[in-house]
Structure formats: C-alpha cells, structure tokens
Design a protein around this ligand. Structure first.
Ligand SMILES: Nc1ncnc2c1ncn2[C@@H]1O[C@H](COP(=O)(O)OP(=O)(O)O)[C@@H](O)[C@H]1O
Ligand code: SF4
Ligand SMILES: [Mg+2]
Length: 428
C-alpha cells in the first residue's frame, strides 16, 4: 500500500444528528423523484427520443442510479454507457456489488424505490412498434407496456419470481394474458404448453398443473425462461441465470438460452461473475467495477488483449489446468471493491492495483479508446504517460498462450463454441 493511499483514510463515522440530517435530505429528494415517476397522462414527447444507432436494441447513456440510504448516497451505478446491438449477447462481468444488477433493474424500472432512483442519464429503447423511448424518463404507468412484453428478465433464483401458491400453468397463462387480451383461454393454455416444450420440459401437460415446489431447481429455471420468453421479448436480461445451478444443468440452461434467443430473434444482456460463462456465450463484454465500466469491447479483444488491470486480475483468477498441474495456488485480486457510499475522486481500483502510479491518485481516469470500440479507463494507456517507464499488465504466459478451451473449460457439457471465441467478427 502506498503512502499516498495511507493518507487517504476513507473511514467516517456519523453522529445520530448527522444521520437524521441525511435522512431528512434524502426524503426530500426521493419524494421529488417519486412524484415525477407517478405522474399520469404525461405527454409522450417528454420521454420520446432517438437511438444513436438504429441497429441497437438498447443504449445506456451515462446512467446514474443511486440509493439514498441513511448513511449517505450509494452510487451503485455511476455513469454507465454501453449498447446491446440487435441479435447479440452482451456479457456484463464484475465482482459482487459492482452494480451489474442495479444496471439491469434500471432498464426494467425495477430499482427498489423510493430509496433507489435513476438520477441521471438515458436508457434508449426502440419498441417492436418502432417507437424510441427513454426508459429513464418514462412514467411508471407507461413502463408496464414495455416490461415483460418487450424486455424481460430471468433472475438467479426462480422462486423469487415464481409464486409458490399458483400452479406453473396459471402463472404462464397470466403472463401471456396481460398482453394478449384477444386470445381465448384454450389458445393461451396451448401456447403455455408449447412454451414449456420449447424450454425442454418433458411431459409439459403434467408440469402445467404442478406447483413450483414440485419441480427441481433446473426445471424451475426452465419454467422461468419460458415465462420470460412467452411474450417474445426483443431483449432478455439474464441476471446470473445459472449461478444457483450445478455445472451440468448450467450448461443445459445456457444452451437453451442460446436456442430460444435465436428462435425469437432476441438479444441478451447476460450478467454473471463467471468469465467462463461469458467466454462461451457473449459477443461483447462489459467489465464493471464499483458502479463504472472499466473496460468494454468485443469478446476476442477482452480475452486476448485485456487492458485494465482489473480485467487482467479477473482473468488470472480463473482456475486453469496449469494451476492444477503445477499445484499453484489460485490467484485472487487482493482487497475489496470500495464502498459505493464513499468513493474516492481518483481511480477506484488504486488500493488493489499493482500498476498504480502518482497520476492514479489525482483524478479518475478517462476512457482510452483502442481498436474497434475496445475501451478501458486506465491511466497506463493515456498518451501523456506513454513515454513513462511504467510497469504495464501482461497476462501470465499460461493464459495468454493457452488454447481457447482455457476459457470454455468451466462448462464441461453443452455448447462450447470455439468459433465464436476465435472469430467473433465472423459472427457479426
Ligand atoms: N435495495 C438496495 N438498497 C441499498 N443499496 C442497494 C440496494 N440494492 C443494491 N444496492 C447497492 O448497490 C450496489 C450495487 O449492487 P448490485 O447491482 O446488486 O451488485 P452486483 O449485481 O454487481 O453484485 C451495492 O453497493 C449494493 O449494496
Ligand atoms: S488508473 Fe492506475 S490505479 Fe487505476 S487501474 Fe490504471 S494503473 Fe491501476
Ligand atoms: Mg447481482
């Protein structure tokens, strides 16, 4: 740890009086945001916008989502910009608490209010009817037209979305009914059963009449996927969809996601802390750290030529065959993600970074652009420091020169698409 860092002790204690003052101030801000969101009969022009690039399904632009807690403002998402192109899978990766879920919940307007609020930025989305809305500014009532039908979400734990007191069939029927009022009861049931079949459930008629607790974890996750896809959404957000499942079922569920994505011609935002899953699935990768994007690019650029020391650290943390053969201890990035209530005004990764130098403690690094949209926020690549003799990160030889199954090995069965890892551009 450097001396500079020692001088910057972020520990702060609040008195009861200070906490009360924060709570009062928060209440004022939250009430204002809630009032804005609950407005009725808002003119559509207030939240109509235009995509920067019409071939994107969704564009996050400088998104800020904060939680107004009694100990201060938690800047969970703090200026995030990325896009999901049509038909593509964008993987979002980062340690726990980096703001991955809050980013995706923002796109669904499901951030837990009144404490959580989108405070700045835009989320541009074009509906299947061709209208482009800024979700960040949409009133709550209007958002119901998009949530579930246009954008749907698959969560890590299916029981948080499945209601234990209703049969699977009833829940699927309901999801379909909301947006298809003109379908008859028998048509709805037939579609629900067809959907169960599509997600690989054998004997779908029987399962239709089961309660969630009667199914295994893998089956429940399949039902969740069926529910998320029944209205044929254009964008599927999968938040750690396989983390609660064992590795074989994980491979089957990821396979399934890919199949159904193609069958409904959708796009996927895939959130995971598992780089192995990203390597198998994604076309583009976004690396998040403490509410910001630290690196983003095409999968090949990120895996073969990672720039940000955090991305390199994540890669090095992947277990590999050579770790086992050489009986090496698995690498882990020392330290923790900083507290989002008390972020420094310089690089957030300083306290964990082996490559930090003076400039890193003076301001937050700007995005540096590399080839083909590959970008990283790190001073090591800033032009003004290019002549300094800095220690720049390299992937350890055993990873850099390893075959691509290095990244695919976490998924022993199912789809291991080496083509996409080697030649992602050919897929575009
Ligand atoms: N309901 C909430 N109230 C207060 N803070 C929250 C809430 N939900 C998430 N946060 C905070 O937002 C930050 C980002 O969380 P999250 O997006 O869930 O992380 P990830 O999905 O990357 O693990 C964390 O600091 C977390 O504590
Ligand atoms: S800006 Fe400095 S501290 Fe931050 S990641 Fe780059 S080298 Fe490390
Ligand atoms: Mg999460």
């Amino acid at each position: 740890m450097s001396n500079k860092e020692n001088n910057r002790d972020n520990t702060q204690y609040l008195t009861i009086k200070e906490e009360k003052a924060i709570a009062r101030e928060n209440k004022k801000i939250m009430t204002q945001f809630e009032r804005e969101k609950n407005r009725k009969n808002v003119d559509e022009s207030e939240y109509t916008t235009q995509m920067r690039n019409p071939s994107n399904v969704i564009e996050f632009d400088n998104l800020h989502t904060y939680f107004y807690t009694d100990v201060g403002v938690n800047k969970a998402v703090n200026g995030v910009s990325f896009v999901v192109p049509e038909g593509k899978i964008v993987g979002i990766v980062g340690e726990s608490g980096c703001g991955k879920s809050v980013t995706s919940l923002s796109a669904m307007q499901l951030v837990q209010g009144p404490v959580g609020q989108i405070v700045d930025g835009s989320i541009r989305y074009t509906t299947s009817e061709g209208k482009c809305y800024d979700i960040a500014k949409m009133p709550r009532d209007e958002m119901r037209r998009i949530r579930g039908k246009e954008i749907s979400m698959i969560f890590q734990e299916p029981m948080t979305s499945l209601n234990p007191v209703f049969k699977i069939g009833e829940q699927l029927d309901e999801a379909l009914e909301i947006y298809n009022e003109n379908l008859s009861a028998s048509e709805i049931k037939a579609r629900s059963i067809e959907m169960l079949e599509l997600v690989g459930i054998a004997d779908p008629e029987n399962i239709y009449s089961n309660y969630p607790h009667e199914l295994s974890g893998g089956m429940r996750q399949r039902v969740m996927i069926a529910m998320a896809l029944i209205c044929e959404p254009r964008l599927i957000i999968a938040d750690e969809p396989t983390t609660a499942l064992d590795v074989t079922i994980q491979a089957q569920i990821l396979d399934l996601l890919l199949e159904v994505k193609d069958s409904i011609k959708g796009s996927i935002m895939l959130i995971t802390h598992d780089l192995g899953v990203i390597a198998n699935m994604a076309d583009y990768v976004v690396v998040m750290y403490a509410g910001k994007i630290v690196e983003a690019g095409e999968i090949n650029d990120i895996f073969k030529n990672p720039k940000h020391p955090y991305t390199v650290g994540l890669m090095r943390s992947l277990p590999s065959l050579s770790n086992i053969e050489n009986q090496e201890k698995l690498f882990s990035i020392p330290g923790q993600v900083p507290n989002a209530v008390n972020l420094p005004d310089y690089c957030y990764f300083c306290n964990r970074c082996d490559y930090s130098f003076d400039a890193c403690y003076e301001s937050y690094p700007e995005d540096i652009l590399f080839e083909d949209g590959h970008r990283a926020a790190c001073f090591l690549y800033a032009d003004r420091f290019k002549d300094l003799d800095l220690n720049r990160p390299q992937l350890p030889k055993n990873i850099a020169s390893s075959s691509d199954d290095q990244f695919a090995r976490k998924i022993p069965q199912g789809r291991v698409d080496f083509e996409s890892i080697n030649n992602p551009k050919e897929k575009l």
